[in-house]
Design a protein around this ligand. Structure first.
Ligand code: T4K
Length: 404
């Protein structure tokens, strides 16, 4: 049943949802399969250190992607950090500012300067032309990020990197199960790094993996994730603890078994959002290329401030009052977060498209726990909000004056 504008919670109505509806509510594979695996793990008393579930998870991922090596990690952040170290990167590395802050932190953490590159406003990925302008003899590598699981322009990135003879690696945290030009993501660059965090469509509670066809790199990744140990008493070089636990791997295997169902649920939801939002003036939904494989995890819209009657932040406020916890990923961009904002104060003037997109993007709830009715209600809230825009603006001003 359509809401009248006056029923919006921000204007004093009752919230449309009793419980919060999250963007990153975890998906679950078959519960019984997972619990059986937990029983096995307890019986075996093998909880970590490259146990059978980790090996199975790695083998299944490598087969699924069509890549020679998969090295499971405790999370994607550590996976990226180890990959960067295993590739001997130093000096400066080029990356987009429009990413989760972890992509920049793993560089800074190792005293490598992140050099932020502007994005392509259509794809939200690193812009090859901007990359060409930013690359220099000091650049040691390029990190592309497949934002929302949509592929970077791998051809042009490879061409530009080759002109300086530097490697490319990809932060593929969003892109498990996606393809590009008929090839699975995970097969591009020197290596690619997936995240299996709880909020990702395929989760292992916490987890990540570095995938590569480079045998020497894979070998180094393996011992670096295990403190540098190559044998019982032999540490070959500086390593760290990046190991995935058996419980996480068991969850990962269970999720992987359910991958088709998880993608189908996301796809259904995506299509329902498209149905509701594509005709709405000022709303541009980020589209997925249906000729490729997608995981449809992120339902992302850009709000055009010239046309849509509310700002992105105002719409987020409206939705939060209704218990729809929409997100502003990746506001405000890494370059405006610390320590980068202090160390690179000019970055905002160099990243106009990043600034523009980060101020317009809103991410809606998706996943197994979101159903048709939820999406219908969200669309109805947005429609009502556009009709009551003036009242909402004045209410938000009033709340701000009251310090809320
Ligand atoms: N590169 C990129 C491009 C990334 O996006 C990420 C992570 C990484 C690298 C690093 O990957 P990991 O090292 O994490 O493997 C979330 C996730 O924590 C993060 O993994 C993800 N990207 C990022 C885009 O989103 P937050 O701080 O927004 O998450 P949080 O805790 O607010 O969770 C979102 C919502 O999900 C919560 O409000 C409630 C719900 N939730 C969350 C968890 C963890 C649940 O219902 N249950 C749960 O167990 O960062």
């Amino acid at each position: 049943m359509p809401f009248a504008s006056l029923e919006l919670a921000i204007l004093g109505g009752t919230p449309a949802f009793l419980e919060p509806l999250h963007v990153g509510r975890p998906n679950l594979g078959n519960r019984e399969h997972f619990l059986r695996r937990m029983e096995d793990m307890l019986d075996r008393r093998c909880f970590s250190n490259n146990g059978p579930f980790v090996r199975e998870f790695e083998a299944r991922i490598a087969e699924f992607i069509g890549v020679k090596h998969c090295v499971a990690m405790c999370n994607a952040t550590i996976g990226l950090a180890i990959a960067i170290r295993a590739m001997d990167l130093q000096g400066e590395v080029l990356l987009p500012a429009y990413t989760f802050v972890s992509t920049a932190h793993v560089l800074q953490w190792q005293r490598i300067k992140p050099v932020f590159v502007d994005l392509d406003p259509v794809t939200h990925n690193i812009c090859p032309k901007a990359l060409e302008r930013a690359i220099s003899p000091r650049s040691a590598a390029v990190i592309g990020v497949h934002v929302w699981g949509r592929p970077c322009d791998t051809v042009n990135i490879a061409r530009i990197a080759k002109s300086y003879d530097i490697p490319v690696l990809y932060d593929a945290a969003h892109a498990f199960g996606c393809s590009h030009q008929g090839r699975m993501i995970g097969t591009f660059g020197s290596c690619e790094v997936f995240s299996f965090h709880a909020t990702k469509f395929l989760n292992s509670f916490e987890g990540g993996a570095v995938v590569t066809n480079d045998e020497r790199l894979a070998e180094r990744l393996r011992y670096m994730r295990n403190f540098g140990f190559t044998g019982y008493d032999c540490v070959l070089e500086l390593g760290i603890n990046g190991k995935m636990t058996e419980a996480c791997a068991a969850m990962g295997v269970t999720s992987l078994e359910a991958i088709n169902d998880l993608i189908a649920a996301n796809r259904r939801n995506y299509q329902r959002y498209v149905h509701h939002l594509e005709q709405m003036p000022g709303v541009r939904l980020v589209a997925y290329d249906e000729t490729e494989r997608n995981n449809f995890q992120y339902i992302v819209a850009e709000l055009d401030p010239e046309v849509f009657p509310l700002t992105r932040d105002e719409l987020v406020d409206v939705l939060h009052y209704e218990n729809v916890l929409a997100r502003k990923y990746f506001w405000p961009g890494c370059h405006r977060m610390q320590p980068y904002a202090t160390e690179q104060p000019d970055a905002c003037t160099l990243l106009p498209q990043t600034e523009r997109v980060a101020a317009r993007v809103i991410v809606f709830p998706n996943g197994q726990s979101v159903g048709d009715e939820d999406i219908d209600k969200i669309a109805e809230i947005i429609r009502s909000a556009t009709l009551a825009a003036l009242q909402i603006k004045s209410r938000i001003r009033q709340l701000a004056e009251q310090g809320c």
